[in-house]
Ligand binder design. Structure first.
Ligand code: F6P
Length: 337
């Protein structure tokens, strides 16, 4: 009954059948977004929908940058990084006028339902359209894995593997020179990449924005203890949101006397061919988004919960938070020495 009440159709369908479905990618790109678009398009075509691709995210939506997608339009995309529909961080869309214009453009192109693939900002944008009556379904796509309602977001695994490969290489040279290697990984607000890549690379120090660490105790003393126990490398993984990694490196070098170098992995982590985990999650989640549309369930976010793909109310999803515990960081610390 609760779900029944969420059945809102785009006003221009007059409560009739969904015929045309649009899909867009928004915010930072993530490996696997192409696989998700492919799953949405092919599942939609199997349902008998006409499929439209909105290029350049919400920015492209209000500008009417919309193309027809066929089964062949998504051929050879599964294994490619990036998003062939392109993406943008739209400033205009965030305004009430921008949202209204985007809504109007859905009417102009006859988009009866819209699938939005992106992170939390994209989810918020989708919800604004939903508030105007637009039927939307979101698919979580961001390397940050920071969507509260979902245990997984598309792109996370590939980004972590890219960072892990890079840190393994940096460790070789750090060991040869007995240096400290401060590596900044992405995550302005979330430290999931830093935590799990750090743990998987045996980092001696992991710094994330969620947990305030005592610099003297958890960085300086920690590194000196590592040196005193005859370690030959000192890997410090810093999430982008923690602060100035160059400054952290300088403080380490001047206080411990251990020579230190900085590497900022940056956008390298956003590219590359998606791993099997990302291809699978993108395929299942994209297909699930179309199943929601076919059932007339809108204002939903596809999520991984307890290992299963489910759909969650978008307003509830926006209110859900997940975070990193100090215990998780300390576990990584304990096993690195
Ligand atoms: O949200 C994904 C992400 O890669 C964050 O980890 C990072 O802080 C941000 O996007 C960078 O955004 P941009 O590509 O716009 O600089």
């Amino acid at each position: 009954m609760e779900k029944e009440m969420r059945k809102t159709y785009a006003p221009w369908t007059e409560g009739k059948t969904i015929r045309t479905v649009g899909v867009l990618t928004s915010g930072g790109d993530a490996p696997g977004m192409n696989a998700a678009i492919r799953a949405v398009v092919r599942s939609g075509l199997h349902q008998g929908y006409q499929m439209l691709g909105v290029r350049r995210g919400f920015h492209g939506l209000w500008r009417g940058d919309i193309i027809t997608l066929t089964a062949r339009s998504v051929s050879e995309k599964l294994q490619r990084g990036g998003t062939f529909l392109m993406t943008a961080r739209s400033k205009t869309f965030g305004t009430p006028e921008g949202v209204q214009k985007a809504f109007e453009m859905c009417r102009v192109f006859g988009i009866d339902a819209l699938v939005v693939i992106g992170g939390d900002g994209s989810m918020r944008g989708a919800n604004e359209l939903a508030q105007l009556g637009m039927p939307v379904v979101c698919v979580p796509g961001t390397i940050d894995n920071d969507i509260g309602c979902s245990e997984y977001t598309i792109g996370y695994d590939t980004a972590m593997n890219t960072a892990m490969d890079a840190i393994d290489k940096l460790r070789d040279t750090a060991s040869s020179h007995e240096r400290c290697s401060c590596i900044e990984v992405m995550g302005r607000h979330a430290g999931y990449i830093a935590l799990n890549v750090g743990m998987s690379c045996g980092a001696e120090v992991i710094l994330v924005p969620e947990i305030e660490m005592d610099f003297d105790r958890h960085v300086i003393r920690r590194l000196l203890e590592c040196r005193n126990q005859d370690k030959h490398h000192y890997i410090v993984v810093v999430a982008e949101g923690v602060g100035d990694t160059l400054d952290i490196s300088k403080r380490i070098e001047s206080t411990t006397g251990i020579e230190s170098r900085v590497t900022i992995l940056g956008h390298l982590q956003r590219g590359g061919s998606p791993t099997i985990r990302d291809r699978m999650m993108a395929s299942y989640m994209g297909a699930e988004a179309v199943k929601c549309i076919a059932k007339g369930e809108f204002g939903r976010v596809i999520a991984l919960q307890n290992g299963s793909i489910v759909d969650v109310d978008i307003v509830e999803a926006l209110g859900m938070k997940k975070t990193i515990s100090e215990d998780q960081i300390m576990t990584a610390y304990d096993i690195a020495l």
